[in-house]
Design a protein around this ligand. Sequence first.
Ligand code: NI
Length: 140
Amino acid sequence: MKAYLTREYIFSASHRLHADGLSDEQNSSVYGKCNNPHGHGHNYSLEVTVSGQVSPETGMVCNLVDLDEAVQHTVLQRFDHRNLNMLADFAALVPTTENLTEAIYNILKQSFHSAHLEKVRIEETSKNSFEYAGGETPCR
Ligand code: NI
């Protein structure tokens, strides 16, 4: 039996949305108040969904301890209470939550192997959420 497991994690980070390839006026027009030079913070809700066969022995898709450790060591320690603009991950990428979602998916794809990584979803605010499930991104 295949089952899906979704676990939520909370972290806080700040960012400023600013594209180096755009003029100051264009940045202001595209990103609005998110282009404020001082940046702003979010309490991000990160949902990680994995899937796999339910073990007949343990009754679980994977051990939550393993998932928690992977997320803690590879994602939360990297992004929690950080200024995303200062991180190498976003040296050449605008730290939008779209790009953050893809970065976290790629990190977990490499670091977590106890179950199949299906999807990463981030709620930036109560009105905005973003998902990435791998695959091509033809619009980039
Ligand atoms: Ni923001």
